[in-house]
Design a protein around this ligand. Sequence first.
Ligand code: NAP
Length: 319
Amino acid sequence: MNTRQHHLGSGFGARSTTDDVLAGTDLTGRTALVTGGASGLGRETVRALARAGAHVLVAVRDPAGAAEALRGIPGAEPLALDLGDPDSVRACAERVLAAGRVLDLVIANAGIMACPETRLGPGWEAHFAVNHLGHYALVNRLRPALNPAGARVVVVASSGHFLSDIRWDDLHFRTGYDRWLAYAQSKTANALFALHLDALGAAHGLHAFAVHPGSILTPLQRHVPREEQVAQGWMSEDGTPAEGFKSPAQGAATTVWAATSPLLDGHGGAYCQDCDIAGPATTDDMLVGGVKPWATDRDAAARLWELSAELTGVDGFTP
Ligand SMILES: NC(=O)c1ccc[n+]([C@@H]2O[C@H](COP(=O)([O-])OP(=O)(O)OC[C@H]3O[C@@H](n4cnc5c(N)ncnc54)[C@H](OP(=O)(O)O)[C@@H]3O)[C@@H](O)[C@H]2O)c1
């Protein structure tokens, strides 16, 4: 069964920026945790939330480097986290809990894309392990810190999900690796994670959303050779982003909108893009976006949750 995806008419769009979306929003006294918040869309998300008054825990692999990248953003506090290492995920959550933090927002933003084949821990495929399982375990371990009076989790997915459903019979690409399908599967997993987290979280005052930020040139493309980016039409020879690409402030706008907009009350689990709920995909063109049916399938979301709980040994929500 699919969730209902329909535009709300938010008044914002593809060109809206983080500051447009948060104008007039006061996050003083709120605490957010943003993964991968030292570069690209994550850094812009941190900047915008902090500017609106939030205290922002910035969970990153290199806290010293992050402190440098976040210089000039008051209210941003680096915290060590490697999503590919279950011990690091546990330690990060334990530090947040031990400090008595109450989290109003968790932004599961960190991600890797199109990496050469990499195996983590028990042989897990790296995109699935970092982009999905790491965030699954982190949010589940953070459950006691989520504000019971109302918290939101925003999972940064992608229209990259267009290329693959969950590969139920070969999650870890044992039968042959494809870097784009690996990214795609992990992004479908991000959308399904938000969907089932919302279903289970509602009883705990928690709502979750998935977002596609748009296409933005950031360090995410580090594994894609420049010639390939030009050939794909992402940029011109001189590095100018293609038409339709967004700036980081436009890309992160949907994340901060999903994190804060009262319009989304009652729409938990939705997949969003361009600062609104996305409609069903009507094309295979990822630049146009929308959401494919396999990324909004509630039964698949429940199945993925169960599988993720088995793999990580963590489940903070299932009664
Ligand atoms: N840019 C786009 O066009 C686009 C489109 C659709 C979706 N997205 C999504 O947007 C999100 C942010 O991407 P971005 O474009 O801002 O790229 P980015 O600048 O590369 O940000 C990704 C962040 O994830 C962090 N990260 C990677 N592996 C990690 C790990 N094992 N543990 C903890 N953190 C880790 C990276 O930190 P390190 O510096 O330590 O590697 C980096 O800060 C991603 O989830 C991506 O899939 C982006």
